[in-house]
Design a binder for this molecule. Structure first.
Ligand SMILES: CCCCCCCCCCCCCCCC(=O)SCCNC(=O)CCNC(=O)[C@H](O)C(C)(C)COP(=O)(O)OP(=O)(O)OC[C@H]1O[C@@H](n2cnc3c(N)ncnc32)[C@H](O)[C@@H]1OP(=O)(O)O
Ligand SMILES: NC(=O)C1=CN([C@@H]2O[C@H](COP(=O)(O)OP(=O)(O)OC[C@H]3O[C@@H](n4cnc5c(N)ncnc54)[C@H](OP(=O)(O)O)[C@@H]3O)[C@@H](O)[C@H]2O)C=CC1
Length: 515
């Protein structure tokens, strides 16, 4: 019997960010392995015209939750959605709901955050710092609370090269920033933001670092742990391989590559691609929740959920495998044939951007205009290039994350728990994982039908022929223009023609002799 699964039995668990990528997989695993848990409270806001109930209904009826319904048929009754907006005071939770949360919660998993790299400083601080402080304050008023698990990111200290499982101080106190945001206006905040974030690459990683400091400062007597995942990718094994549902991080780039929009990337081919499957992160979270509540470590422990130091894979290997999978399982209606050129050189990268991205987009838009349609490719391409440039920082560097605490925890688990809550990334086979990942992007994110693969392959063949035809035509036009204008080109041309003529004459003469 799994000790961890048994631990969550009968518990009331509060999850923030349950409608997000990580949160959904966390809920799924909890319901599947501990169907006798008491209740999962989730803090949800209405979104995109959907009420709380509609959002929960959609999640529970998704493919991800298919197995859960077999193990825990009354899952609808065990989930309690509470209206909350984490950017508001007291999260705008009603008095009754707040009372229930304060008196019943046993474990908190704090996943909610804004993960946009280009968010405003005000909003990112509200979500990633102030909300964390507010939740800790709530936690301190929960008499039954056993553990508070805070999800940060492995990149919260990406201004360092070697990162230990400790909380590093930030140059400016989070409290000072929170206070100043109250009276500064938006224009001034955006002006001082670059000076505040210093050597952090974006507001997201900076505010996640501030969030960790808040956890350290406001921990009081709580049992707290911090988990730092690197780049969270599709599921590895559970509930099935390749599940993914948003376009963040690698997902958007995989689509852009598969559709043939993105054919070159400014990335160091040998830099470590520190991807970590989402189910691995969730298993670690559940193990940490159990360990923190049962063993009550004296200080706040930080756990790295990374792959680089135990089972490294680099961007080149990843790119090659992504392309190999697209050969077998192409995406539908690709713009061009998938291709990935990784270069860390500025000049080469700009050259590829012009030749492989901007020029084809402009040509395609001209074609759309000529055929009476609205041009759109340049806009799409610019958006993709903007995203790629935001991720560049992470594609051109490698970090070393120590994993002592994560390895210590692994050794504390029983063999059964090591199997059920496996977070040993050494067992991951990258080639298999990436293939399932790409397949998952096609199936679950793009919702493309597998029956369309032969047609997609046919389409790629047509694109290859167009590509050859276009290149030949371009070569002939350029050559013709050169010959008309340059004596040297003419000389080269005559040399080639006479060489071919001599070669053919020699060939004809020798074949006549043989006869
Ligand atoms: C061969 C291949 C190898 C693959 C190789 C992979 C390497 C991959 C390295 C990742 C390295 C991360 C390392 C950090 C790991 C953390 O800890 S961060 C957690 C994850 N967070 C993120 O990834 C956030 C990054 N994304 C963002 O910040 C925002 O989406 C962006 C990039 C600023 C875009 O902002 P925006 O222009 O306002 O875009 P938005 O309104 O959201 O969407 C506009 C359009 O762009 C599209 N779009 C948005 N985001 C993306 C995206 N990521 N990609 C593509 N399209 C996108 C949308 O679909 C939308 O389309 P339409 O609806 O207009 O048709
Ligand atoms: N994905 C990744 O690669 C990585 C993620 N992380 C961390 O993991 C955690 C989860 O990330 P992930 O699941 O990918 O992110 P998502 O963007 O998928 O999910 C974010 C969650 O936060 C919720 N949220 C955001 N703003 C509010 C608000 N004002 N009120 C209530 N809820 C809100 C969202 O709700 P809604 O659905 O309503 O928008 C959503 O449930 C984050 O803390 C992130 O920093 C760390 C490393 C890498």
């Amino acid at each position: 019997m799994s000790m961890i699964a048994a631990f969550y039995g009968g518990k009331s668990i509060l999850i923030t960010g349950a409608t997000g990528f990580l949160g959904k997989v966390l809920m799924e695993k909890l319901f599947r392995t501990s169907p006798d848990l008491k209740v999962i409270y989730i803090l949800v806001r209405p979104k995109a015209g959907q009420t709380l109930q509609q959002r929960v209904f959609q999640i529970l009826n998704s493919k991800l939750f298919e197995k859960v319904k077999e193990v825990c048929p009354n899952v609808h009754e065990k989930i309690r959605a509470i209206y909350a907006d984490l950017s508001q005071n007291d999260f705008a939770i009603s008095k009754e709901d707040m009372q229930e949360l304060l008196s019943c919660t046993n474990i908190i998993f704090h996943c909610a955050a804004t993960v946009r790299f280009d968010d405003t400083l005000r909003h990112a601080v509200q979500l990633n710092v102030t909300a964390t402080r507010q939740l800790l304050l709530m936690a301190s008023q929960m008499p039954k609370l056993e553990a508070f698990i805070h999800i940060s990111t492995a990149y919260s200290n990406c201004n360092l090269k070697h990162i230990d499982e400790v909380i590093y101080p930030c140059p400016v106190e989070p409290k000072k920033i929170i206070d100043s945001l109250e009276w500064l206006d938006d224009a001034i905040i955006e002006e001082i933001a670059p000076k505040l974030i210093r050597d952090w690459p974006n507001i997201y990683t900076y505010t996640k670092a501030l969030g960790e400091m808040v956890v350290q400062q406001e921990s009081r007597n709580l049992n707290i742990a911090i988990i730092r995942p690197s780049i969270v990718g599709a599921t590895w094994q559970e509930p099935f391989p390749g599940w993914v549902d948003n376009i963040n991080g690698p997902n958007g780039l995989i689509i852009a590559a598969g559709k043939g929009f993105l054919r070159a990337l400014k990335a160091a081919p040998k830099a470590v691609a520190d991807l970590i499957p989402v189910d691995t992160v969730v298993n670690l979270m559940l193990a940490v929740g159990w360990y923190t509540a049962v063993h009550r470590p004296k200080s706040t422990l930080v756990y790295h959920s990374t792959s680089g130091n135990l089972n490294p894979c680099n961007w080149h290997k990843m790119g090659v495998q992504v392309l190999a999978t697209f050969e077998k399982i192409p995406l539908e209606r690709a713009f061009r044939r998938p291709y990935a050129n990784f270069t860390s050189n500025n000049f080469t990268s700009q050259y590829w951007n012009a030749v492989s991205h901007q020029a084809p987009a402009i040509i395609y838009d001209c074609y759309l205009r000529l055929t009476g349609r609205k041009p759109r490719m340049t806009k799409v391409m610019n958006q993709i290039l903007r995203t790629a440039s935001m991720l560049e920082y992470f594609l051109n560097r490698s970090w070393e994350w120590s994993t002592y605490n994560t390895e210590m925890l692994m050794s504390e688990l029983s063999p059964e728990d090591q199997r059920v809550f496996n977070f040993d990334v050494r067992q991951l086979n990258w080639l298999e994982y990436i293939e399932n990942y790409v397949l998952g992007v096609k199936k679950y994110l793009l919702k493309e039908d597998m029956a369309g693969i032969p047609e997609a392959k046919q389409h790629l063949k047509r694109l290859r022929n167009i590509h050859y035809l276009f290149n030949t035509a371009l070569f002939l036009i350029v050559w013709r223009l050169l010959i008309a204008r340059s004596q040297m080109a003419r000389n080269v041309w005559f040399f080639i023609v006479s060489f071919c003529y001599k070669f053919l004459s020699y060939f004809r003469a020798s074949s006549t002799l043989k006869v």
